[in-house]
Ligand binder design. Structure first.
Ligand code: ATP
Length: 135
């Protein structure tokens, strides 16, 4: 009898960033972190700009996830997000520069909209640096 796994897909508008059969998924929802094991009941959550982790045969793979949605049903998991990168594919120098640029934009922001845009860019860069540090 084959062991139960979760079939996960991490999908962006451009591509399928990751697809595999894994043992568990841990992601950061807008209401907090959650973990999914095979045979979990159907579940959906909006995702934060943060990281998601899959565990496969004891190996952990961390991704940066730029918000979006998580859906789980019948041992199929889907993360739909604007952008996602596997930790070891992340260009940390680029993320550090993006963070510095966004911090400068935040300090000279004049409108609520400018503040929101700068904070979102900081969150994206921090999610990338966090994912890169876990690989
Ligand atoms: P930057 O200002 O460096 O472009 P950004 O947050 O504006 O960062 P996004 O708009 O979220 O970038 O992403 C644009 C594309 O670039 C996406 O395909 C994303 O996967 C990729 N990307 C962004 N930053 C990085 C990075 N540090 N390493 C690898 N890929 C990245």
């Amino acid at each position: 009898m084959s062991e139960k796994k979760i079939h996960i897909k991490i999908i962006t508008p451009e591509k399928i960033v990751y697809e595999d059969d894994v043992d568990s998924v841990i992601a950061q929802g807008v209401k907090g972190s959650f973990g999914i094991l095979p045979n979990h009941i159907p579940f959906m959550s909006a995702l934060d700009i943060d990281t998601a982790k899959v565990i496969k045969n004891g190996e952990e793979i961390t991704f940066s996830i730029m918000g979006g949605a998580f859906q789980f049903k019948g041992n199929d998991a889907i993360i739909l997000t604007e952008a996602a990168e596997r930790g070891n594919d992340i260009d940390t120098a680029r993320a550090k520069l993006a963070k510095e640029r966004a911090e400068a934009q935040l300090s000279s922001a004049k409108t609520q909209r400018d503040i929101k845009i700068a904070n979102a860019a900081i969150a994206r860069a921090m999610a990338r640096l966090k994912a890169a540090s876990k690989n």
